[in-house]
Design a protein around this ligand. Structure first.
Ligand SMILES: [Zn+2]
Length: 388
């Protein structure tokens, strides 16, 4: 075999790591980007360009490493992504990236590991903002001088994955003084597709509360990481598909699923007597919480599988003057406890890897349980609200 040079020549460990990350991101986003993905058997479908780019670069690395490259997209997807853990690929990774044993496809579906590396190819925040509806609602709420409308919409979609015809009508009529509200709901919920239903019904996961599309074999099992981990996952409930509406898949992934741990934390703080404001100032933070005695906190909840990738996403916490109704005394970045249980190095990697955390030593990184336990408990019920 002639050693033709493909692409740039990487030298030095940092650039080798960077090259490996670029390939992983390209392949992962290619897998996630495959529309109508139905497993490795349906490869004749046109595939994402980034998959081809990833394949080309991976092949070049294999040649450099003297190992056999994947022989085409089918081999890359069906064997490399579905069967081989990423640490067996001839690429170099930072140990903190924790690629050991991770596969990009599990049961023919992009794994959580794959989804986070796919997002790494773009920018997760930009991606949510790119969602025209989310941006439109934010902008309109700002123009109306009613930022709480954005929080209210977000709270609603997080709590409602499937709506029957009557519920949908009631939801559209819930905010009568805002003529845009019914349109927002029309655009957030689509009719039930054939792929999303089974036997005229839609399944809703008993764990995460999201609708579940049945698999090709008719089985209904939630693929959300937290639900897959649970041994006591309640059976799904079933709703009549006729006339029902489903939360758009993009909103499930970028709004409703991340919203669950945020809402869960908000309720636990309220149960200790706090007044909890969700998504203050159009999502500048996930929540701020106030206790009558003067204790106040600002919180961002981050529910990521990879601390290595999360470390790149941490933002600067906003600081509001004491006259501001959202001003808080202490800032926290909260990681759900089950993420830490699943990965003993999580906190260490996150704090060592994040520049934003090093630049903001006053921001504490804690798990949800520890934060709740450190807050006052007045023995009375507080509230969770969407505006100041
Ligand atoms: Zn679930």
């Amino acid at each position: 075999m002639s050693l033709t040079q493909f692409g740039p020549v990487y030298s030095g460990r940092a650039s080798a790591v960077r090259a490996g990350e670029v390939i992983l991101s390209l392949v992962a986003s290619g897998l996630v980007g495959m529309r109508g993905w139905a497993g490795v058997r349906r490869l004749q479908q046109p595939y994402d360009r980034s998959l081809q780019l990833g394949l080309d670069r991976l092949a070049a690395q294999c040649v450099q490493a003297g190992s056999s490259p994947p022989v085409g997209v089918a081999d890359l997807v069906g064997v490399w992504c579905a069967e081989r853990p990423v640490d067996s690929w001839p690429l170099e990774f930072d140990p903190d990236a924790q690629v050991s044993g991770e596969r990009l496809l599990i049961g023919g579906e992009p794994s959580e590991f794959c989804q986070e590396w796919a997002v790494e190819a773009r920018d997760v925040v930009a991606e949510v903002h790119e969602n025209a509806l989310v941006k439109h609602i934010k902008d309109t709420a700002a123009q109306l001088g009613r930022p709480e409308l954005y929080a209210r919409w977000r709270l609603f979609v997080t709590e409602h994955a499937v709506l029957g015809p009557d519920e949908f009508l009631a939801a559209k009529n819930a905010v009568l003084d805002v003529p845009q509200w019914p349109t927002w709901l029309e655009e957030s919920y689509g009719p039930v597709t054939v792929e999303a239903s089974a036997g005229g019904q839609v399944a809703v996961c008993g764990g995460c509360g999201q609708w579940i599309a049945p698999r090709a074999n008719g089985r209904v099992r939630c693929r959300v990481w937290r639900c897959v981990q649970r041994h006591d996952l309640p059976e799904p409930t079933w709703t009549e598909a006729q006339g029902a509406r489903l939360l758009e898949p993009e909103l499930v992934r970028f709004v409703a699923l991340p919203g669950r741990p945020e809402l869960d934390l908000a309720r636990r703080l309220a149960a200790r007597g706090a007044r909890v404001v969700l998504y203050p100032k159009l999502d500048a933070l996930d929540l701020v919480a106030f206790w009558p005695g003067g204790h106040s906190i600002g919180v961002d909840v981050k529910d990521w599988h990879s601390p290595y990738l999360l470390a790149r996403r941490i933002k600067t916490f906003p600081r509001w003057g004491s006259g501001d109704p959202h001003a808080y005394r202490r800032g926290y970045l909260v990681v759900p406890r089950d993420r830490l249980r699943a990965n003993r190095s999580y906190m260490k990697i996150l704090t060592q890897r994040s520049k934003a955390l090093q630049e903001q030593p006053h921001i504490e990184v804690v798990c949800d349980d520890d934060l709740v336990a450190s807050c006052p408990d007045l023995g009375v019920m507080g509230e969770v609200i969407c505006g100041p």
